[in-house]
Design a protein around this ligand. Structure first.
Ligand SMILES: *Cc1c(COP(=O)(O)O)cnc(C)c1O
Length: 340
């Protein structure tokens, strides 16, 4: 294996030695298979290709300063994938099968887990697809569940820092009774135009409002929103956002730190009142928001006039990564040591 410059790999794709797979056929899951192929053999008529029977997950394995390798809340990812399966009529991957495959794939690719000092991590990508060849629109009978891994670079190369976001009113990523609460590729396909538009304008990401009334903050393309004010952590309650494991963890940590936690609708005008705001997800943990511009109203909601992340966001970020890296006591039992 050639040397990898861990600190500069970015968030792309580097093939690794092995992935793990499991096939659903005749109404049941088969044995876990270990593969060194980075491709799959798929019918051109597979339902995942035509009708979007595709779901994915994302989690990380961390090489910790104590030398152990930990994964974070993988049972939550298993549960969310099960919810997604119910949402688009696919078989559920049992939690035990999911967690066994997570452990196997991390151990098999041990030398692709970046060193602690680099700030890089091993990203795990579980993928569930319908593989039955059929042109009629109905759920597949056969499915393939894969977990592959790829090392990803540190999210904040120049340190934890703020970036600008923009509200889109021309596009929706999901509908109130649609698939926004499931982790499916279709939501991402629906977000690509707005995402491209936001990037072209120099923003980090686009922010969606609720599709029905266009009044409330939903989330950004691939991360949940939270705001901080009056010692309170506020995050949207909406049927069209993806329940983020990071957000769920931050809500608990905010409560642990003595903040009030509110999950409720957040009218866009309320942005004016927040002292801090952030986007949260596995990739960045917290991406502190410098400002959110709303081109239609010409308003700019500024959270970090000095460009620096706020004190509460910083504490929450530190606390969460310290737990992920086994530096602080894991009082909620969120991590699993996969390699001693
Ligand atoms: C995956 C994802 C998130 C973040 O979820 P985490 O579990 O925290 O990584 C947020 N929004 C969307 C749309 C996502 O797909």
């Amino acid at each position: 294996m050639k040397e990898i410059d861990w600190a500069n790999i970015g968030f792309g794709y580097i093939p690794t030695d092995y992935n793990v797979r499991c096939v659903w056929r005749d109404g049941k899951w088969g044995e876990i298979e270990v593969s060194s192929e980075t491709t799959i053999n798929l019918s051109i008529a597979a339902t995942c290709l035509h009708y979007g029977q595709e779901a994915f997950e994302g989690l990380k394995a961390y090489r910790c300063p104590d030398g152990k390798v930990r994964v974070f809340r993988m049972e939550e990812n298993a549960a969310r994938l099960q919810a997604t399966s119910r949402g688009i009529v696919m078989p559920e991957v049992p939690t035990e099968l999911f967690t066994e495959m997570v452990k196997r794939v991390v151990r098999l690719n041990e030398h692709f887990i970046p060193p602690y000092e680099s700030g890089a991590t091993l990203y795990l990508r579980p993928l569930l697809i319908g593989t039955t060849a059929q042109v009629g629109v109905h759920p597949a009978k056969d499915y393939l569940f894969i977990i592959f891994v790829t090392p990803v670079g540190p999210y904040f190369k120049g340190g934890f820092s703020t970036t600008p976001y923009v509200v889109t009113r021309d596009y929706d990523r999901s509908a109130p009774l649609g698939t926004g609460c499931y982790k499916v590729g279709g939501n991402y396909a629906a977000s690509l135009r707005a995402n491209t538009w936001a990037h072209e304008q120099g923003y980090s990401c686009e922010f969606y409002l609720d599709a029905k009334e266009k009044k409330y903050i939903d989330e950004c393309g691939a991360a949940n929103f939270f705001g901080i004010k009056d010692n309170t952590y506020v995050t949207p309650l909406s049927t069209s956002i993806l329940p983020s494991v990071t957000n769920k963890s931050l809500m608990q940590l905010a409560a642990d730190l003595g903040l009030k936690v509110e999950r409720r609708q957040i009218p866009i005008e309320e942005l004016e009142t927040f002292e801090e705001a952030g986007a949260c997800g596995t990739a960045a943990v917290i991406s502190p928001i410098e400002r959110i511009d709303d081109p239609e109203t010409g308003k700019s909601y500024v959270f970090a006039p000095d460009g620096k992340p706020g004190p509460i966001s910083t504490r929450l970020y530190q606390k969460l990564i310290n737990i992920q890296y086994g530096i602080e006591p894991d009082v909620h039992n969120w991590t699993t040591v996969v390699i001693e």
